[in-house]
Design a protein around this ligand. Structure first.
Ligand code: PGA
Length: 251
């Protein structure tokens, strides 16, 4: 059985005072799932120290695809690992859009993550226009195939399906729509990676909150969530973790 994974992505939110939220999450019951918070880079080291000795893990929101060199303003996966990160999100749609990241670059970032011993959380998802045009599955399958390197395994990779139109909008796909995409992703992963593809965790992301988490976690092939806004407060995020623990208990 795949162990559930819930990841909070703080994006460009959080100052040192926000470490209080990490402190509060130290108490969280993560017995039945892996829990990760990805704060801004500058907080990774302090957050990792706070989370030390607990089941809470700290991750980063991006990494460079090279180990070192003349890349002003960038951070390597090795640096993030040294700061205490154990996970890294790559290919988030905000970076695909704002930083023009391509699938090939994202695959390179995932490889850099593996080399540094980090788990890569690789994001894919269609825009509203693509959904309206009826090409969601084609878009997601292509992103998935091109953004995952050959070295992806169940242990070093999780995939997050995040419809761009659902991120930060309060709009969530129907359970049937999530099931359709997750089922298609699972088939692609099993076809390419066999047992490793069967074991990879598939997260849903996009406007997940304490109210809708239960129904999302009940969908087949949803192995957890990537949560933005609702991960900023430990109380909100804790409620989503509780839903996941409950779903895990029932499965
Ligand atoms: P949201 O963000 O939960 O605020 O919609 C999700 C994400 O972008 O990972």
């Amino acid at each position: 059985m795949r162990r559930k994974l819930i990841t909070g992505n703080w994006k460009m939110n959080g100052r040192s005072a926000s470490l209080e939220q990490i402190d509060a999450l130290r108490q969280v019951d993560a017995a039945a799932c892996d829990v990760v918070i990805c704060p801004p880079f500058l907080l990774i080291e302090a957050a990792s120290r706070l989370a030390g000795g607990t089941s809470l893990a700290i991750g980063a929101q991006d990494c460079h695809h090279r180990v070192s060199g003349a890349h002003t303003g960038c951070l390597s996966a090795d640096m993030l690992s040294e700061a205490g990160a154990r996970y890294v999100i790559v290919g988030h749609s905000e970076r695909r859009t704002d930083q023009h990241e391509t699938d090939a670059l994202i695959a390179g970032k995932a490889e850099a993550a593996y080399a540094a011993g980090l788990v890569a959380i690789v994001c894919v998802g269609e825009t509203q226009a693509q959904r309206d045009a009826g090409v969601t599955l084609d878009v997601v399958k292509e992103q998935l195939l091109l953004s995952l390197p050959d070295g992806a395994t169940a242990a070093n990779t999780a995939v997050a399906y995040e419809p761009v139109w659902a991120i930060g909008t309060g709009k969530v796909p129907s359970e049937a729509q999530i099931a359709e995409v997750h089922g298609a992703m699972r088939a692609v992963l099993v076809d390419r990676f066999a047992g490793e593809g069967q074991g990879m965790r598939l997260l849903y992301g996009g406007s997940v909150n304490a109210t809708n988490a239960d129904s999302i976690f009940a969908v087949a092939d949803v192995d957890g969530a990537l949560v933005g806004g609702a991960s900023l407060k430990a109380a909100d995020f804790g409620a989503i973790i509780a839903s996941l623990n409950a779903a895990q208990g029932q499965s």
